[in-house]
Design a protein. Structure first.
Length: 580
């Protein structure tokens, strides 16, 4: 643990050199221009508190209040803009000092020192501070996303913030000393303050509209290798072992989960009760249910998420079982555990339920509370529960549909139901050939990566492909910001994928600004119209105007090809390829 704390502190120190930090440095420097000698200390304190808190607890906070992270960024941008305006309008500066200090305690001394005003700037700055995250902080963010926050995670984030705050403090404090020691600067402090006020307002507007990304792209186009090695030291084996231990602290094995497909026993077997559904985000198609309420019924708990092709191929069987046996005491509870952030949206889930004909109860598990209580690790995953609320069988992934239906009939017969229907003959959609496996674009699960450069997490970076992409691999060219779950390509970026399959699907969503567009090439030539997927239009163009699993390519038979995707703008978020 001490090793991780030390390296987190060092990682914070070097973050000040990264290209993604440059856009906000003028705001840091502005703290030296007004507010008294304690203003820099206030900025540092506010930044450490804000960055640590929102890094560790933002997922839980946003879920608890049901607001978007963009709302917080808007508030922060407005606050920073107000402080920028105050630098060239003294009356607003006095008013802001009174507001942040408390009217009853705002006297001349408080306004002179400006510590509280600095804290507010620092708190706002913490929401915009998007460092070039290496493995250490990425692990903390992953834990936070799954609500597995520990004291160790908080301490690591605090160490990182402290490391970042030290150079920030010297920039702010050094700027103040420079103003005091150079006569020309001293005489023109008021003019300099107004200039910085304008700069601060412009920067707040740029951050609000996401223009900082364009600035990063300019820096990387000019200096392609700038910042590329800042997190390399975090990749040593000692750090990786410590991170494994950190992640392992939140993972315990389940005593209730059976090996896949194994019958746990008869109705009289002494088995532990199945986990419940506490911690659910929201129930759809039903009032909240418990296994106690469902005593006497046979229950199938199905973990799914609507952009997962494996789940989509399973849903026809699950829905058909429900329609076939619901009048005989069979209940399906679909637990929608979102693989990606956009799948948390209730309206998106409802639309998917309509598309796939789901009429059984569905519970949103955005916080992964039910997922963790079942100690589940898969999409899709099925848990078969008997009339006594006992877990009797599990199945992970696709296939074995006939076995699953037979087992449902077995459990129904134990309730006394007269089951006379035969097993529905259905043809499995699982490919019989060895196709390209799921291929994720975010660094958390990215493998078989063929670009010449290594992934630089959460940093706009230029990538290239120096040789042919191997089979089942993919590579990036142009400027990409690769996050934990998703990759954000800039305009004119390209993705090359060497696949073997009949169908190619791509999970994408538009960025908040406007819909995105991509162009498809197959083996360096325009995609033939006869191979167009469902959402492909003339010229091999796909418009990404909603969060979805897009079908790009539909061949007449499984074949090997290189698919090139040209991003015509910077409006697309890319998540994962799946194949059929």
């Amino acid at each position: 643990m001490l090793l991780l704390l030390g390296f987190a502190f060092v990682a914070g120190l070097v973050t000040i050199l990264s290209p993604c930090i440059l856009p906000v440095l003028p705001i840091v420097l502005s703290g030296s221009l007004s507010g008294g000698k304690k203003r820099p200390f206030g900025i540092i304190v506010g930044f450490i508190l804000s960055f640590t808190f929102f890094t560790v607890f933002s997922f839980a906070l946003l879920r608890a209040f049901g607001i978007s992270s963009e709302v917080l960024r808007i508030v922060a941008a407005v606050v920073l803009a107000l402080f920028g305006i105050s630098l060239f309008i003294p009356q607003i500066q006095v008013l802001l000092e009174k507001l942040v200090s408390g009217v009853s305690q705002s006297g001349p001394d408080t306004q002179k020192e400006g510590f509280s005003g600095g804290v507010v700037i620092g708190l706002s700055l913490g929401l915009f501070w998007t460092p070039c995250v290496g493995p250490i902080l990425a692990s903390v963010i992953t834990l936070a996303a799954t609500s597995a926050v520990t004291l160790n995670a908080v301490l690591i984030t605090l160490a990182y913030a402290l490391g970042t705050a030290i150079p920030m403090f010297f920039i702010t404090y050094g700027g103040r000393k420079l103003l005091q020691s150079v006569p020309w600067l001293t005489r023109n402090t008021a003019k300099i303050q107004k200039v910085f006020g304008v700069i601060m307002v412009l920067l707040a507007m740029a951050l609000y509209f996401g223009l900082d990304r364009s600035f990063q792209k300019f820096i990387l186009d000019t200096f392609p290798q700038y910042g590329s090695g800042l997190t390399k030291f975090e990749e040593n084996s000692a750090i990786q072992d410590s991170l494994q231990n950190l992640q392992g602290n939140s993972n315990t094995s389940s005593q209730n989960t059976a090996p896949e497909g194994e019958d746990l026993g008869t109705e009289n077997a002494p088995l532990a009760p199945n986990p419940e559904f506490s911690g659910a985000t929201k129930w759809l198609n039903s009032e909240p249910l418990t296994l106690e309420k469902l005593q006497g019924k046979v229950v199938l708990v199905d973990f799914w998420t609507y952009s997962c092709i494996n789940c989509i191929r399973t849903l026809p069987y699950v829905t058909s079982w429900y329609e076939k046996y619901k009048d005989q005491g069979f209940v399906v509870i679909g637990v929608h555990a979102p693989e990606f952030e956009f799948e948390q949206n209730e309206q998106n889930v409802l639309a998917a339920m309509k598309d796939y004909g789901i009429t059984y109860p569905v519970v949103q598990d955005n916080d992964f509370a039910i997922w963790q209580s079942y100690q589940n690790h898969f999409w899709p995953a099925e848990y078969f529960i008997d009339k006594n609320g006992k877990l009797r069988r599990t199945h992970f992934g696709e296939g074995k549909y006939d076995e699953s239906e037979k087992f449902i009939q077995t459990l129904l017969k134990e309730t006394g139901a007269q089951v006379t229907a035969g097993i529905t003959p259905v043809q499995s959609a699982i490919p019989s050939y060895e196709q390209t496996p799921e291929s994720y674009l975010g660094y958390a699960r990215l493998d078989r990566f063929a670009s010449a450069e290594k992934i630089v997490p959460d940093t706009l970076t230029k990538y290239s492909i120096s040789s042919e992409v191997p089979l089942h691999a993919l590579g990036y060219t142009g400027s990409w910001n690769v996050g934990e779950q998703r990759a954000l390509p800039e305009k004119d970026a390209t993705l090359e994928l060497n696949f073997f399959a009949q169908d190619v699907y791509f999970v994408m969503r538009p960025r908040p600004t406007s819909p995105g567009q991509i162009r498809l090439l197959l083996d360096s030539k325009p995609l033939p119209e006869k191979y167009f997927g469902a959402q492909v239009t003339t010229g091999g163009i796909v418009t990404i105007d909603h969060d979805d699993l897009y079908r790009l390519v539909h061949l007449t038979a499984p074949e090997k090809h290189i698919l090139s995707i040209q991003f015509l703008d910077a409006n697309t978020e890319a998540y994962v390829f799946t194949f059929g």
